[in-house]
Design a protein around this ligand. Structure first.
Ligand code: 13P
Length: 260
């Protein structure tokens, strides 16, 4: 582990896999992962809400050491919010990690930094771990504002949290132009922005939080690109979309350390 944090590799299935397909996918994945994989890497799967109960049951009954995750949640515990799912409901299903502020939520559903911040707090209040996403658009990258954009998203998303809370969190750097496009960031570019994120955490919340917080890279991660990304000092994992839908491809990403 060369002194780094234990990596977390997460499968964001987005709006894919009904509950039958989800069960098959986690069972297949569990056959493909070895005890050594689980020792080296934490793995989470984030199915759609409708699959959570089924996947929870399989993970428990087959004693599969994969963490259960969700893709989003509301910030209130209950109430008149038609169509929403609360953090308390997710916690009850043994969900441990919740993706918050994914760029698809920000771009397609108007989620702003302040909403991301209250969701992060609500997830922590229920004893779960937020995976808080940030990342620049292509226009922002071309305008040279990547670092300032990401720094402001991170500062807004973490506002009001204690260093201890931040220490156990996950931040996912996902450049929007790399999501679902096949255009993966170079390991150097991804490392540079992840280092910026860690510097921001250090400046605002201290060295202990900066050293402990796990930072994932996401955006067209594939088995071929994972090893070089994961070798970077400030990259502690991956948030994988498309390639996580195929258990074999996802398992090869998790086994990145066996390559080269
Ligand atoms: P892709 O891996 O399909 O580019 O998706 C990345 C992502 O958005 C994960 O949250």
């Amino acid at each position: 582990m060369d002194g780094k944090r234990k990596p977390l590799i997460s499968a964001n299935w987005k709006m894919n896999h009904n509950h039958f397909e989800a069960i098959q996918a986690v069972q297949k994945l569990s056959y493909l992962l070895s005890a050594a994989d689980h020792e080296a890497v934490d793995v989470s799967v984030h199915p759609p809400f409708t699959d959570l109960r089924s996947v929870q049951t399989v993970l428990q009954s087959d004693e599969i050491p994969v963490l259960l995750g969700a893709q989003d949640c509301h910030w209130e515990a209950s109430g008149a919010f038609t169509g929403e799912v609360s953090p308390a409901m997710l916690a009850k299903l043994d969900v441990s990690h919740v993706i918050v502020g994914h760029s698809e939520r920000r771009q397609l559903f108007g989620e702003v930094d302040q909403v991301v911040n209250v969701k992060v707090k609500a997830v922590i209040a229920e004893g779960m771990t937020p995976i808080m996403c940030c990342g620049e658009s292509l226009e922002e990258r071309e305008a040279g504002t990547t670092d300032s954009r990401v720094a402001s998203q991170v500062r807004a998303g973490l506002a009001g949290l204690t260093p201890e809370q931040i220490s156990s969190m996950v931040i996912a750097y996902e450049p929007i132009w790399a999501i679902g496009t096949g255009k993966v960031a170079t390991p150097e570019d991804a490392q540079s922005v992840c280092a910026t994120i860690r510097r921001v955490v250090r400046e605002d919340s201290g060295t202990a939080a900066a050293d402990a917080v796990r930072i994932q890279y996401g955006g067209s991660v594939k088995p071929v690109s994972a090893p070089d990304l994961m070798r970077q000092p400030d990259i502690d994992g991956a948030l994988v979309g498309g390639a996580s839908l195929d258990p074999e491809e996802f398992a090869r990403i998790i086994a990145y350390r066996l390559v080269g």
